[in-house]
Write a new protein. Sequence first.
Length: 236
Amino acid sequence: MSKYQGHFISNHPEPLMKEDVLPNKGVIVDKADHSFYIEDASGSGAYIFLGVVFSAIAIYPLYKYNLKEGGILYVLFIILLLISLFMIFYGIFANKEYKKVILDRMNGTITYPDSFFRKPLKGKFKDLKVIISISGGDGYSTKEYLKFVNTFSPRLVDSLKTVSYDDPYQHWSFMVWYMDKNRPLPPGTAFDEYRQQDFERRKADRFPKPLYPSNISTPEATPEQQKERERFWKEW
């Protein structure tokens, strides 16, 4: 496990395109505008699919090979079957509204899923503890994951919430950029129709300094807007 990630923009995030947001099909982003970014983190379809697959794997040998009741293999396959049935039940009946990552840009809060049927966790984004978890063996790594630490309701025994299976630095940079309400919205056509309104809001506040640092440039959508912002900053 690595140390906590700082709240800064380290990488250019992948642009969020309009096609990546509902009502388009096959997407996980429910909403993306100048106030909220909402991502579906339920994975209900995956739980149901894996539950059905594992159920078949568990049931087949029980009948095919007539395993002796009470034997080790019999017990193992029964346990696998019970786990599979729970996965199906969870995928169907878990509250989908509890299984969303919600970034509230204006209020600076984040809401994200807790484990299983628990209500979601919510708190200030600036307080959120995040790590980049590395999987692999001695001397090599195979994959990096962005994970949330249970910051807002810690328990004695707790688990990390995996947020991204893609580039974790890009994903975290996107979140920090979006949650910095003093910066322009992140890149991508999904935000284009909200950029002018967001620009006017920041202009009315005399373009306050960014909330979080950045290793990359985060310019305005147009050169004209960029010049206007820079003119305000030179007057300070």
